[in-house]
Design a protein around this ligand. Structure first.
Ligand SMILES: Cc1cc2nc3c(=O)[nH]c(=O)nc-3n(C[C@H](O)[C@H](O)[C@H](O)COP(=O)(O)OP(=O)(O)OC[C@H]3O[C@@H](n4cnc5c(N)ncnc54)[C@H](O)[C@@H]3O)c2cc1C
Length: 392
């Protein structure tokens, strides 16, 4: 059985909710349905690895209070998983049903954690993506375990920081030479790694975790490829993420790395994608990009909502922004630092962990950023927006 037609947004989180809000602001008066697999009202994920784990009272994370949804005149279908889409019939099948017929569809289903090939069945092993994950980790950390964090990216870095802030013994295992090097390069990654060591983290670089060992169904150690064992009562696995696109398999949509879209975020007739799951053609890059940052989810939703109302006329060409909070440090970056072949400090110093600077690729500025220097970083940002000009 299906219901009357609507704009259907699948994924009730940052990108999905922002799309609905922008649609209403743009004067859209038709029926709007927001579908979400999780039982919770839309909430914000960034606090989950930070204050939510550390504060005595967990941080409030709801994006809007429940009354706001009546004002928005949006039908919420929470606890409902989209399991298939029929592009010809303009229909989304939900579990539990009924199906929804759409005039236009927005896919905003985000990503989920990548898992180790073995060990996730053991008690004490956690990943972090959802509020429920965060609640489990919060409870686990408050038992004061020895913690091992697997993975040297942002999420791993923030969990290491939160666990150390709680005074726990933390071993941090990752294969690269320094944390976050894949995105930030060795200079900034090295400075952040040095800060974690100064905060008392046992940092083990060059370690590729292969498996988790357990005793009586509970994790006891992470084990690397050479067989070295790193004892832990709690293991937090942060080894990247995978776009939630399985439900779209066989639909006819291109799914090479997320939902492939054009520069208008259009994936097929009447189908758009937004947020972490969207791989769109960035006009300035001339290539598809997929960005897993909070601000990107909201900004892309604004363009999608505009195009839902007016047709695919607006392109999405942002300078991506992200931040990360570790201890009392705030890291910020605009642009695409992962493309860089070098980093130059323009203010402050790496050793002091207070600096601003530019990432360059073949002499061209591809990103700007720093730690603890928001004003200098904002000023540098004009280089990216003006001319992508070389900076000496
Ligand atoms: C712990 C944590 C900390 C972070 N910290 C930062 C930070 O400091 N700075 C920063 O820039 N970014 C940060 N991020 C990234 C940021 O939160 C994401 O970029 C943002 O949440 C993306 O929003 P989204 O709506 O695209 O996807 P998501 O927030 O992942 O939402 C997708 C939603 O779709 C639902 N869904 C999936 N499949 C289906 C289906 N088949 N049917 C129905 N619903 C479905 C999911 O359950 C989920 O609720 C962090 C992320 C995490 C997890």
């Amino acid at each position: 059985m299906s219901t009357p037609s609507a704009t259907v947004v699948v994924g009730a989180s940052a990108a999905g909710l922002s799309t609905v809000e922008a649609l209403r602001r743009a004067g859209h008066v038709g029926r709007v349905v927001l579908v979400g697999e999780e039982p919770h009202l839309p909430y914000d994920r960034p606090p989950l690895s930070k204050r939510h784990l550390v504060d005595d009272v967990p941080a409030a994370v709801l994006l809007r209070e429940s009354v706001a949804y009546a004002d928005l005149d949006v039908e919420l279908r929470l606890g409902a998983r989209a399991r298939a889409v029929d592009l010809a019939e303009h229909r989304v099948d939900l579990e539990p049903g009924p199906s929804l017929t759409y005039d236009q569809l927005v896919i905003a289903t985000g990503v989920r954690p990548r898992l180790l090939r073995q060990g996730h069945e053991l008690a004490g092993v956690h990943v972090l993506r959802t509020l429920d994950d965060a609640e489990r980790i919060r409870r686990a950390l408050h038992d004061r375990p020895r913690v091992a964090v697997v993975g040297g990216g942002f999420l791993g870095a923030e969990l290491v920081s939160s666990a150390r802030t709680l005074g726990l013994a933390v071993t941090w295992l990752f294969p690269e030479s320094a944390p976050m090097t894949e995105v930030l390069g060795p200079e900034v990654g090295g400075a952040l790694g040095a800060h974690h060591v100064a905060e008392g983290v046992e940092l083990r670089n060059g370690v590729l975790v292969d498996r988790l060992d357990g005793v009586d169904g509970r994790v006891a150690a992470a084990v690397d490829r050479e067989g070295n064992s790193y004892p832990a009562d709690v293991v937090l696995v942060c080894i990247g993420s995978l776009p939630n696109t399985e439900w779209l398999a066989g639909s006819g949509l291109e799914l090479s790395n997320g939902v492939d879209c054009d520069e208008h975020c259009l994936a097929a007739d009447d189908v758009y994608a937004a947020g972490d799951v969207a791989s769109w053609l960035h006009p300035d890059r001339g290539a598809r990009v997929r960005v897993e940052h909070r601000l990107n989810a909201s900004e892309q939703a604004l363009v999608v909502a505009h195009n839902l109302v007016h047709g695919p006329e607006r392109v999405f060409a942002p300078v991506p922004y992200f931040w990360s909070d570790q201890y009392s440090l705030r890291l910020q970056a605009y642009g695409f630092p992962a493309l860089a072949d070098g980093f130059t400090v323009t203010e402050g110093g790496l050793a002091e962990r207070r600096f601003a600077g530019v990432w360059t690729a073949a002499g061209e500025v591809v990103a700007v950023g720093g730690i603890g220097s928001p004003r200098a970083v904002r000023e540098l940002r004009s280089h990216l927006i003006r001319a992508q000009a070389p900076v000496s």
